[in-house]
Design a protein around this ligand. Structure first.
Ligand SMILES: Nc1ncnc2c1ncn2[C@@H]1O[C@H](COP(=O)(O)OP(=O)(O)OP(=O)(O)O)[C@@H](O)[C@H]1O
Length: 269
């Protein structure tokens, strides 16, 4: 087993246009851990994810992705080793689900002309398609897929090169309840199927956290408010601070949900 942390961020600052966007953020992610980055709009989640996906450099501090320090490696090459699921996938061709998933091996949006997968690669694609619950959509074409099916196809695509790290940027945005629940069920299944895989999921909705979430970082105004094992970080107090609102957090059957907590006082009427 590889014991090098999958991600190590040390005192990272990001400044854009003179504005501090991330301040002194540190994070270590190890194999088998499933992190969630939580915070209100503008807290800095996507900016942090862009460092973790080797898409941007920190202004100060260090970021190591899969043991490679940003600034000392070829970012493009490093990116190809990270499974990054971004809902903005600008695919124009009506590719079949299987071919969309196989583009994960060429790390391209479109199919590379004359590139042919091996029988073994096709078998891996089929296994991932099954794992993401898309067996009956194997022959379906991209434009005919629902948003939820597209999201799950993109996760299968990201897993094609067997990455050690999977990054999920608000994967449930825009899904209806059924789509969200299918997605969470499948993320849960793949976390069980790939015990060594580490993942980082960005969201502002606690209802979207898969039950296998092991660790959480709460971000507020570009700073880490709390970070560590989910049970210690996800408390009503800390989540209320994170979202600047009094919130009551509950966990049932491994899933979290939140409600605004009502101030205790005399009832009127
Ligand atoms: N290139 C940039 N120049 C200036 N400000 C930026 C830049 N990129 C992001 N910001 C600002 O940095 C802050 C954090 O942005 P970021 O997208 O990381 O937040 P987020 O937590 O992902 O938000 P959301 O939940 O709304 O997606 C925001 O206030 C944003 O406007």
């Amino acid at each position: 087993m590889n014991t090098t942390p999958v991600l190590r961020v040390t005192d990272a600052d990001v400044v854009r246009g003179g504005n501090p966007i991330l301040r002194e953020v540190s994070l270590t992610v190890r194999a088998g851990e499933h992190w969630a980055l939580l915070g209100a709009n503008g807290a800095g989640k996507s900016t942090l994810l862009s460092l973790l996906g080797a898409l941007a450099h920190p202004t100060r501090g260090t970021v190591e992705v899969l043991g490679h320090r940003l600034g000392r490696v070829d970012m493009r090459q490093l990116r190809s080793l990270v499974g990054h699921v971004n809902q903005r996938h600008d695919l124009r061709s009506p590719l079949k689900v299987r071919d969309v998933v196989l583009t994960g091996l060429t790390n391209t949006v479109e199919r590379v002309p004359r590139w042919k997968p091996t029988a073994e690669q096709v078998a891996v694609a089929h296994r991932l398609i099954g794992l993401l619950g898309l067996d009956d959509r194997l022959e379906a074409r991209w434009p005919t897929l629902s948003q939820g099916e597209r999201g799950r196809a993109l996760i299968a695509r990201a897993l094609m090169p067997s990455p050690r790290l999977l990054l999920l940027d608000e994967p449930a945005t825009g899904l209806d309840v059924a789509g969200r629940e299918q997605l969470i069920e499948r993320i849960d299944a793949l976390q069980h199927a790939y015990a060594e895989l580490a993942s980082v999921l960005v969201t502002h909705h606690l209802e979207e956290l898969p039950p296998g979430t092991t660790h959480v970082m709460l971000l507020r105004g570009g700073r880490c408010l709390a970070s560590g094992p989910a049970a210690g970080v996800l408390t009503s107090d800390q989540v209320s601070k994170c979202f600047d609102h009094p919130i009551r957090l509950t966990r049932v059957d491994g899933r979290w949900s939140v409600r605004a907590s009502r101030p205790v006082g005399p009832r009127v009427g």
